[in-house]
Design a protein around this ligand. Sequence first.
Ligand SMILES: Cc1ncc(C[n+]2csc(CCOP(=O)(O)OP(=O)(O)O)c2C)c(N)n1
Ligand SMILES: [Mg+2]
Length: 327
Amino acid sequence: MKLTDDQKKTLLNNLIRVRELDQWFIDALMAGKLPLFYHSTQVQEAVGVGACTFLEDGDSVYATHRGHGISKLIPRGVSIESIMAEHYGKLTGYCGGASGWHPCVPDKGFPMYTALIAENLGLACGTAMAHKLDGKQRVVVAFEGDSAVAKAEFHEAFNFAAANRLPLIVVIENNEMGQHTPIETYLLNKDVANYAKGIGVPGKIVDGQDVVAVLDAVQEAVERARAGGGPSMIECKTYRLRGHSEGGPNVSMDKPRPKDEADMWLRDKDPLKLFGGELIAGGIVTQADIDQMEHDVREEIEEAYQSALDAPPIPNFEHLQSLLFAE
Ligand SMILES: Cc1ncc(C[n+]2csc(CCOP(=O)(O)OP(=O)(O)O)c2C)c(N)n1
Ligand SMILES: [Mg+2]
């Protein structure tokens, strides 16, 4: 996709917005001011941002638990205010506070969500079938982590999409970890794009640290799907910088990543540094512009936090029950 300077700035700004909110959640947990727990997406931001920033209205996305979906929600226009309120169980959250942070935002194209690994792909097939039937050339982009590829449900759903030529793009965020377990223990073939070829659809490996490479690969697959060419898989190679999740002061649910390795990813493979540096070198932004973007989103996050504290909570159990069935 040929990008204008403004589009490049939008991509960079989305990367920064995701990084800042991610860091805020970590800091808030450590300070004991955020309930529940958090699954950081640091250095993985380019996957969601590249794939989602230039989707069209009416397209659908299935995100994952990683970053609680923020690298997909933010590029699709879900406000930080509503993300924050959702984390505090407030009625002003994107799901009226009832999702427990799971990325289900129907009016922004995130139709539903299950916390079970690989199961979202079956739901995504249903949405893709609906898009196919309504004939409006809409697509579904469904994200999964690499561990999902070890599950039967993944292959059943993906094969169903292939056999029915569904407009579905499966984006694998391959950080080579499944919770506390390295990929070697659950996949012999670590290049998961190969599994797509096995069921007769294109599978492509891209550098998940390169936001434009992700964007180009996903856009190519999206165009193919819009034209009736069926599903594809894009495997984005990336890295899980922190533990699987973290929650509460000084509590991490697993061992830290090896220090040398994590330092190297932050120094040499950080998507913000890579793309920011490219835009500075191209004269599209200055370091002062980047500082300003960071400053602006930090202010926005603080305002969102204050407004989440002031917002009304879920009133009672009956209210939750009333959300279970559509009218
Ligand atoms: C069916 C099922 N089993 C176990 C879990 C618990 N669980 C939550 S995340 C996770 C691993 C996720 O690894 P991956 O899919 O690679 O995503 P990542 O966390 O690396 O982004 C597991 C096992 C779950 N959510 N669903
Ligand atoms: Mg993983």
